[in-house]
Design a protein around this ligand. Sequence first.
Ligand code: ADP
Ligand code: MG
Length: 335
Amino acid sequence: MDIGIDLGTANTLLYVRGQGIVLNEPSVVAVKEGAGTALAVGTEAKQTIGRTPGSITAIRPLRDGVISDYEAAEEMIRHFVRKAVPGRRPRTRMVVCVPSGVTPVERRAIVHAAQRAGARSVHLVEEPMAAAIGAGLPVADPRGSMVVDIGGGTSEVAVISLGGIVTSQSLRVGGDRLDEAITNFVRKEHGLLIGERTAEDIKLAIGSAWPVPGDDALESRTFTVRGREKVRGLPKTVELTVREVRAALDEPVEAIIAAVHSTLEECPPELSGDVMEHGIVLTGGGALLPALDLRMASATGIPVFVADNPLDSVALGCGKCVEDFDALERVMSAA
Ligand code: ADP
Ligand code: MG
């Protein structure tokens, strides 16, 4: 039994050898104060965010790319593995994708958690490597490939060649920061307090990094937001425009583009030449922000492509490692 796990800051995906992606749920655990076990994990737990009574907390164990809560992370992995593969799991090998910024202590913690979830052997793959493999980039070739994986808590920018990461950068700017930027904007400009789920809903409904060519209708769309008035505390409704949301997202979007710039600067010239020629590939949920690719291409002068199904890229790359252990042994580190 071979299982690949994309342990994301926002979503966890499980890939089973011979079956493909069998589970895709938010990386959230709901726990009750003082109680040892989780009340809910995954989709069910995410629904409780912002709606929990005082004694229940919705935890995102990997929120900023680091494991902030080991116990919750372990519980989450165990729960998902049992759910995806019920019954006996003989001789389980697991390939787990981890953000490239994790410390050796965190790597050990993840390995330990996977072992407690029933793994006999655990291999770790760096997220940008898995993302690049999943997006179909020729990672084993002597050619520079650039992948930008924009997740919930972090974005990872990496240049890969000959099966290894040549330069990479992990920044704590991803979908969550975009949501926060919307929350702050709505508070400052409209005096309205909203929760993180609402901010994400706004982003998904009318968020964009730039005007989208050929979609003039987008510019005139609005989103009705309900929240609480900052001053009087009463419920209030505000009509947000596409332009407002774009302005709100400007800063975190620029931060991601700046990371692409600086990674290119650090990259050996032959490899950055390859990237200029073949382009940059975007993966992760953030890649779906409309016109982010166009804005990045304009800022860098390099073509930018969004991977097919960017939310699945890391899990699919992890899955390739699981399907073909031997060929991909080189990009994995045994633990
Ligand atoms: P992680 O790997 O860190 O778990 P994901 O790659 O699963 O993260 O991406 C999750 C992030 O992508 C969330 O912040 C979510 O809001 C964002 N996201 C998902 N779909 C879209 C979309 N269509 N437009 C913009 N952001 C999106
Ligand atoms: Mg991810």
